[in-house]
Design a protein around this ligand. Sequence first.
Ligand SMILES: Cc1cc2nc3c(=O)[nH]c(=O)nc-3n(C[C@H](O)[C@H](O)[C@H](O)COP(=O)(O)O)c2cc1C
Length: 286
Amino acid sequence: MVLKEEQMNMSSNEIKLATVFFSPTGTTKKVIDYIAEGIGGEIVCSADLTKQDNREKQPDLDFEAVDLIIVGAPTYGGFLYKEFRNCIKCLDFKGKCVIAVTLYGNASTIFATGEMISVIKKRNGNLLGYGEFVGEHSYSHKEIPVAEGRPNADDLQTAVKFGKAVRNRLLNTETSYSDNRLSVFDKIISFIAEIKPVHTGKRIFTIPQTDKEKCINCSKCVKICPKSCINPDMSTVKDECIVCMACVKICPTGARTAYPKNIIIKAGLKLINKRKHKSMFVLPKP
Ligand SMILES: Cc1cc2nc3c(=O)[nH]c(=O)nc-3n(C[C@H](O)[C@H](O)[C@H](O)COP(=O)(O)O)c2cc1C
């Protein structure tokens, strides 16, 4: 089956975009914005699945009216965050062109990209390509910086290039359906992702806590928490916290902190920081 130009929603080369993402510390969202800039399209619908409320209700997304859907999320323990996965596996991409974007903290995406691709294909998305981008590690802080400041100018340039290549593909090529069959490997990743428990940072980091002396009661941590698990008195519902570090990174006074649980974790983070990973994208010929 071939997507004809007239079947797309483009008028005067304007590409209509939808974005679906999870981004507690904002790097995924930033990269998606730069890809959209490269595409030169207008974002006409968006599902920010970072917040608990948005994940709980089925997102109201009209994919009929869009030409391209950008799906993005960080790598958590080599896979996607399970609640995000559970949301996207309920979407119907309606045969629309989709690109997958994974962020990772300079260690590795391991299976996260494959998992996202499998869900997109299973849910009737026409996968055009994917990108893997380095983002500042959620557990980076001034004493142990890990991929500090990433995505940097180079990463963002790669994001814009990815967007331009996608635009070129959409406007100049007869966008035929990609092969949406899952390889045996895809199927295995998908199966493991389905049955594996929710991955959180609890095993390696302490649950974030607030130093009341430094806290200015701005409530930014309460508002940003993707699990809505910070009480108005800044205490944390420990069973709910996934240690995504959104609250720590947004705290303007450094009152909210969390630490590596032992020296092996510290050493591991230092090692990850030494790696020289570059952001990249793949856009196979149709
Ligand atoms: C619980 C947890 C697990 C993570 N696992 C990995 C991992 O396996 N590999 C990696 O390179 N980065 C890992 N990271 C780092 C994030 O993928 C990375 O910092 C990403 O840029 C965060 O995206 P965001 O800013 O959109 O939240 C992990 C972060 C968290 C909180």
